[in-house]
Design a protein around this ligand. Structure first.
Ligand code: DAH
Length: 366
């Protein structure tokens, strides 16, 4: 509101002018947009408040005869506005107390649920924990030595091409084995564990891994694995077979059968792929198992002596006992894809759904 200078200094005109200002303040207080703090600033602010402006415009310029009346009216106006403001505050408090209706239903807070991937990963880990395995974790940013070299993927070896790697920028000046990359599998945690712990070891290692893969219904640049490592005197291939057969039965049901096929991994010798009898058709053959009756689920093998040698070498460099003499110690390892197992378990046809963060999809598993 513009403050117009007073020109008529008769008492009637003065009363009229103050009444208008008071009506204006009362209208603001009654408005639905009323905000006590904003009002206080606008009207009672010491430097820029309207009352201050009013006193500057009307009181200071008034002729001497009118000063007394204007002064009195000014003080009265200030009090009236302050009282109106106070009343508005307590009225508001009463109004909000009145709107609390305790008979209304509460607003429900929906509970979070475990992501199906994490649930499956925990189930797999649990199966191995019950067999006496301990949990180990490792970082997703790994060095070339742990992810490749020590696992018997020498520099420039074509086996590296099977795991298209995402590397960190600006690593070229470092020696190859120290260069950082996103781990392509959970196997480097085998190495980390053997570097810091002595045999015997029985470890289960879940985690997230990364590869430079184009996303489609069955591929994702991020996925999950569970790795296993068992090292000690006289660990044999039949221990490996018995362990994995038991684990698959614990995970998929006691009627599931397993079979082992020769395969290749640089860090195991011999290596095998493990298949389980199709959990959908019981082995008769269906679309899910491509009519073979079998589903391939994991890779495994006996730890290659070269891996033990690499670990010993590095342990010596770190000032530790070698501890993994391939003549005295043997071991097996295995690795499985958690995403595929999750998709199979829940009938999910697109891996991307697991990473979409879409609560309509995730709520189905709550
Ligand atoms: N690291 C392998 C991969 O990502 C999976 C694997 C195979 C792990 C055999 C193992 C193993 O420990 O023995 O393809």
């Amino acid at each position: 509101m513009e403050i117009t200078a007073l020109t008529d200094f008769s008492s009637a005109a003065i009363e009229q002018a103050f009444a208008e200002v008071l009506a204006d303040a009362q209208a603001s207080i009654a408005a639905p947009s009323f905000d006590a703090e904003a009002f206080r600033l606008e009207w009672l602010g010491r430097k820029q408040g309207r009352l201050k402006a009013l006193s500057d415009a009307w009181l200071k310029t008034a002729p001497v005869e009118a000063k007394k009346l204007i002064g009195q009216r000014f003080n009265a106006l200030k009090e009236q506005i302050e009282t109106a403001l106070e009343n508005a505050g307590s009225l508001n408090a009463k109004a909000s107390a009145a709107t609390l209706d305790i008979s209304l239903p509460g607003s429900a807070q929906s509970l979070g649920a475990e992501h199906p991937l994490i649930k499956t990963m925990a189930e797999i880990v649990d199966v191995f924990k019950r067999m006496g395995y301990s949990l180990r974790l490792g970082p997703e940013v790994e060095n070339d030595f742990n992810n490749f070299e020590s696992l018997n993927f020498p520099p420039n070896h074509p086996a590296r091409d099977t795991q298209d790697t995402l590397v960190l920028a600006d690593q070229e000046k470092r020696p190859l084995r120290e260069r950082l990359l996103m781990r392509t599998h959970t196997s480097p945690v085998q190495i980390r564990s053997m570097l810091s712990e002595e045999p015997p070891l029985q470890l289960v290692i879940p985690g997230k891994v990364h590869r430079n893969e184009a996303a489609d219904a069955t591929h994702s640049p991020i996925f999950h694995q569970v790795e296993g490592l068992c090292v000690g005197p006289k660990v044999t291939f039949s221990d490996l077979k018995g362990t994995l057969d038991h684990a698959m039965k614990a995970l998929f049901g006691s009627s599931v059968k397993t079979r082992f096929f020769p395969s290749f991994f640089p860090f195991t010798e011999p290596s095998a792929d493990v298949q389980i009898s199709c959990i959908f058709c019981g082995g008769k053959g269906c679309r899910k198992c491509k009519h073979s009756g079998w589903i391939e689920l994991l890779g495994c093998g006996m730890v290659d002596p070269n891996v033990f040698e690499a670990v010993n070498q590095r342990r010596i460099e770190l000032g530790r006992e070698p501890a993994y003499d391939p003549a005295k110690i043997s071991g097996f390892a295995f690795g499985m894809g958690v995403d595929r197992i999750t998709m199979m378990k829940y009938g999910i046809s697109d891996i991307g759904l697991l990473y979409s963060g879409d609560t309509r999809f995730l709520a189905q598993f709550a």
